[in-house]
Design a protein around this ligand. Sequence first.
Ligand SMILES: [Fe+2]
Length: 199
Amino acid sequence: MSSLADSVVNQMTQLFADQGAKAYLGESVTMAEHMLQGAWLAEQQGESDEIIIAALLHDIGHFAGGRGVFSLQDTEDRCHEATGSALVARHLPPVVVDSIREHVAAKRYLCATQPEYAACLSKASQHSLRLQGGPMSAEEVEDFARHPHLDAILKVRHFDDAGKEPGQWTPGFDHFAPRLRRLVEAHHAAVTNTLEKRG
Ligand SMILES: [Fe+2]
């Protein structure tokens, strides 16, 4: 087991344990419950390690950004998607990092392209949407639709929206830790391999 993968898993485990109990978006689940629900749904639906781990960590920026957790009283965006993706960018494959970075953009994209999606958003999510720029313009939609990881990004967004059920049982973070470790190890091995070939 690589010590680097260990340190990533330990850091995430610690963030979930320390920060995860905070309330999430004014809803009836905590931050940790929300992300564990998304990851658990993804796992139950047979999704890949990449999708499961992206769902597990998509809001990690709320824990680690030092700017506090979103509230309904917020008048400006806290950009947690940028904080979260930057936190894991060196350790996870691009598809995971992009799914975390773009999960807010995905909401703006879906609101612009699927009117029924916007109607189903939670009150808190509708509030944050306004702070995040509202539905995408036609130009933004056209651009976003060309994203190479669009399918993964939209899947993770789906698990984000679905993971807000009060009282829903899920396994704890430890259940997902082996997948996270495996993904970090595989990513570092791939990067090292590429560098050696270039070297
Ligand atoms: Fe979320």
